[in-house]
Design a protein. Structure first.
Lengths: 247, 247
DNA sequence: TGTACATCAGTGAACGCGCGTTCACTGATGTAC
DNA sequence: TGTACATCAGTGAACGCGCGTTCACTGATGTAC
């Protein structure tokens, strides 16, 4: 009786979700290491040992939250990018960056959970790597699109590429340190096929800049300089778009 | 009897240092939130309540460690920069960036303590802001030196500034979003007198990039792309030197 | 220089807390014949 | 369709742990006259 079987299964799925929701709520209120199974159970009106039917240990609950956080951030970036016309590559880049920032500001503890200091004694298992890569994959796609758009423009107009606010865009033949060229090739193969290594290398810089800036804002490091950070963030996003050569 | 008075005082200062050293050791071994007064006391062969003669609470001990960490990192950057001839501005920038990274890799938990997610329930008091600004102050000095060197060269050579690998250096008149221009002016006044706002704005980008990249390396976010990160790091440091217009 | 007093460092016991995890159990929900 | 059995969810008590902090105390070190 599949319908009946899935009745129990559905109850199970629902409670699993409720546990995660409550855990997420506590995460938001207290931070990652204050997350306690007992408190979650208490809030749900269960006895703490009951949670062990759903998560074999506290670390497994944490892992589930981490995966959810990566997925939520990734989905938010993907959604934002999909909302901009495909040809407007710079607009998609802006959308991606702002989606990252907005999600981080809206979910500071979840952001800290995945991009802050690693939780001590906790080692991220394999299942996190897929979700963890979603934003990078989006960025890789934009780099690839940006490169091919620019390559097409160069062919057509004899070098009159889009004006850059912040400097010359990367060129395919630019020299790179050897180790980096190899790493960039691997990255390109994975998320930005056909994109030359120098573009990827700059993309890595922009990627680290984006998250560095976001973390700094969230963790209070911009107080006294670029806080509030709205203007700085937008400026940096555009500067980095130029830097990686987006049209 | 000042000498005798300072005998007791010296004993006190020494034990205070020993407590911090032991706490730092535990920090390195276990991470910030595993730091426990009882464990520190145990290791020192004291009873836990004795620590309250030295630190009024666990948070105060944490604060002391945070200040020490900022100072250690700041001193390390200052030392590295001072070891390079004053005129070699790019060399000093490189030294500064690599000092930050090297210190972070050598003291990962202390780095996480100050640049990772904020410790929950802990609010950094005033005394941290001075030490926290030391690296930024170093960078501000380099931006100022870079700008005045470039301004001098422009005057002398009619615009033939140093060749940039990565694009055109910032110009004084470049447009900035309004809020950012004001913030940049404040920053300039504090740590880079006479430096135009666009240079400062790019400096902020480079600053966030430096720490973003370092945090990503330390927190394992570069695994699968730019790990090991030596080549990428050096490349990014040079790219950012161009980006902020260092000669 | 010697004595009476004040200051301070360190002790040891105790308070009250919350945590993760285990285990034998009860009762309800599902399955097989 | 009805019964006997298996599976699973949730209970409640318990284990053992370590933590931060307080408090009254002892004894040593310093200070004032």
């Amino acid at each position: 009786m599949t319908a009946a079987a899935s009745a129990r299964d559905r109850a199970r799925a629902e409670l699993t979700r409720e546990i995660k929701d409550e855990a997420r709520r506590q995460l938001a209120a207290e931070g990652p290491q204050r997350l306690s199974l007992r408190a979650v159970a208490r809030e749900l009106g269960m006895v703490s040992s009951a949670l062990y039917r759903y998560f074999p240990s506290r670390d497994d609950l944490l892992t589930a939250l981490i995966i959810d956080a990566y997925n939520a951030l990734g989905a938010s970036a993907e959604r934002a990018v999909a909302g901009v016309p495909r040809a407007d590559i710079r607009g998609r880049w802006r959308a991606c960056c702002h989606a990252v920032r907005d999600w981080a500001l809206a979910n500071p503890h979840e952001y800290a959970l995945i991009y802050g200091s690693p939780v001590p004694g906790y080692r991220a298992p394999r299942e996190t790597v897929g979700p963890a890569g979603r934003v990078a994959t989006v960025i890789g796609g934009l780099l690839a699109d940006g490169w091919s758009a620019r390559a097409a423009a160069l062919d057509g107009s004899g070098g009159k590429a889009a004006a850059a606010v912040v400097g010359q865009p990367p060129r395919a033949g630019e020299p790179l340190p050897e180790g980096l060229a190899a790493q960039a090739a691997v990255v390109a193969a994975a998320i930005a096929p056909g994109t030359p290594a120098p573009v990827i290398a700059r993309g890595l810089i922009a990627w680290t800049q984006l998250f560095g800036m976001t973390s700094f804002e969230l963790f209070g490091q911009l107080v006294g300089s670029a806080d509030p950070a709205d203007a700085f963030f937008s400026y940096a996003v555009d500067a980095m778009a130029d830097f990686v050569g987006l049209p």
